[in-house]
Design a protein around this ligand. Structure first.
Ligand SMILES: NC(=O)c1ccc[n+]([C@@H]2O[C@H](COP(=O)([O-])OP(=O)(O)OC[C@H]3O[C@@H](n4cnc5c(N)ncnc54)[C@H](OP(=O)(O)O)[C@@H]3O)[C@@H](O)[C@H]2O)c1
Length: 428
């Protein structure tokens, strides 16, 4: 009998779905894979809450180490989240020669090299299909199927909460505050939505995607990130009039000097495939010389889709345990250069509140020009006190754009720089 004992660290949204699937679909999985995946131990904090699971209560413990150390547990699933004790437990399992399946992007983005080195040393897999894009198969395609492609760029919509909020603002004219409140009431956004709306969650995922696409480890500390909190209805309206929609993008790209990884809300042409990704859906768009363009899209979160991705990893790791072979790492990271965001060429949309005095536009254009930023288009709305200028620049280093902005803020008749949104479009 091809039995593999499984230990679970955590039984919440994802872990609960996975437990149910392991129990209820046990026979179906066995029929399809020949594997007898046996749930051996489950760690939670609140033992009372865990009684609702239809499993023998003797399997449930409040001690994660008891799961990892159980001799009948041959494979550990980490779905407790957070950095500790998750990190310590993942290392403990790997060092004991037990494969680990995790959905913990925060942990991987923070301590990836150390964890992957421990897995390699032990000759066991550390699998994380669910860590980016929930139910979308993207980790395995990037690290295995596309291992031979010289990937140029990966652009992702990897946070469902922010995509839901931006979609409501773009399609229904909702304000940021109303759309956020709706996302919270529907359970898409956490009570404290800071990691989602501030771009931190997307930055952890961007670091993972970049590392897989380019084979150079991009730690979370190297990912510039900006959130969607400042996006207003006015920006959405102007984006639409200019032919764009606004999305929170995780961008990883190979540039001349190395790899750039960054996250920010950006204007994207309405014709771009990612512009059509609505609501809480996630998507990852990959560009390479041979595959040209690939789009992966689907549910980026939720217990059931995420559990499917994790079950795939569990089946994969169980097969390797039974094959008994030492596992070669699916991807190796080598040192490489990371490009500081300030030197990456970006294109800006800038909305300025100005006094409609003769010469203001010339002064603004002069400030951009003095920092070698050329202007692609200018729109003006209103007259007198309430005039608004919408400017889209051509590509220029991010540092130059920021210096131009500082200079513009010093112009007397510019009342405020109301908004800056970067523009991602192929034209320069
Ligand atoms: N939710 C999603 O849609 C989704 C999608 C993709 C990836 N992920 C990732 O999956 C992981 C789990 O997310 P989740 O939404 O399932 O979280 P969750 O609902 O908060 O569940 C966490 C589970 O871990 C247990 N736990 C936490 N700390 C523990 C400790 N020190 N000792 C023992 N048990 C502990 C909790 O037990 P108690 O309930 O008893 O406190 C709970 O069962 C995270 O890394 C997350 O980023 C989630």
């Amino acid at each position: 009998m091809k039995t593999v004992g499984i230990g679970m660290l955590g039984a919440g949204i994802v872990g609960g779905s996975l437990i149910r699937r392991l129990v209820e679909e046990h026979a179906a999985i066995e029929a399809k894979t020949g594997l007898d995946l046996e749930l051996r131990r489950v760690a939670v904090r609140d033992l009372e809450k865990a009684r609702s699971f239809e499993i023998d209560s003797a399997l449930i413990t409040a001690d994660p180490a008891a799961v990892v150390d159980d001799p009948d547990v041959r494979l550990v699933v980490e779905v407790m989240g957070g950095l500790e004790p998750a990190g310590e437990m993942v290392l403990r399992a790997l060092r004991a020669g037990k494969p680990v399946v995790t959905a913990n992007k925060a942990l991987l983005a923070e301590r990836g090299p150390e964890l992957f080195a421990a897995a390699e040393e032990a000759g066991v897999p550390l699998l994380f299909e669910a860590a980016v894009g929930g139910g979308i198969p993207i980790i395995r395609p990037l690290s295995e199927t596309l291992a031979g492609e010289q990937i140029e760029r990966v652009i992702g919509i990897v946070n469902g909460t922010t995509n839901f909020i931006l979609s409501r603002m773009a399609e229904d004219g909702a304000t940021y505050a109303d759309a956020l409140a709706e996302a919270q009431s529907l359970g898409y956004a956490e009570a404290d939505p800071a990691a989602d709306v501030g771009g931190g969650d997307a930055a952890a995922k961007a670091a993972i995607l970049a590392s897989l696409a380019f084979g150079t480890w991009a730690g979370i500390e190297n990912v510039f990130h900006e959130g969607i909190e400042k996006i207003s209805k006015a920006d959405m309206k102007w984006a639409s009039e200019l032919g764009y929609t606004i999305k929170l993008l995780a961008i990883a790209e190979r540039l001349d000097g190395g790899v750039s990884v960054r996250v920010y809300p950006a204007m994207l042409p309405k014709a771009h495939p990612l512009a059509t990704i609505r609501g809480a859906t996630n998507a990852v768009f990959i560009e390479g010389p041979s595959i040209e363009e690939l789009l992966f899209a689907g549910p980026g979160a939720g217990g059931e889709p995420t559990a499917t991705a994790m079950l795939g990893d569990v089946i994969d790791a169980a097969r390797e345990i039974l094959a008994g072979a030492e596992v070669a790492p699916r991807i190796r990271f080598s040192p490489g250069e990371l490009v500081a965001f300030e030197s990456v060429d970006t294109k800006w949309y800038v909305r300025l509140e100005v006094d409609d005095q003769p010469g203001v536009l010339a002064q603004v254009a002069g400030a951009f020009g003095a920092h070698d930023v050329s202007i692609k288009s200018v729109l003006q709305e209103g007259r007198g006190e309430d005039a608004t200028l919408m400017i889209v620049t051509h590509l220029a280093p991010e540092a130059s754009q920021r210096e131009a902005r500082r200079a513009i803020e010093g112009i007397e008749n510019v009342r405020s720089v109301a908004s800056v949104v970067r523009v991602e479009s192929p034209d320069v």
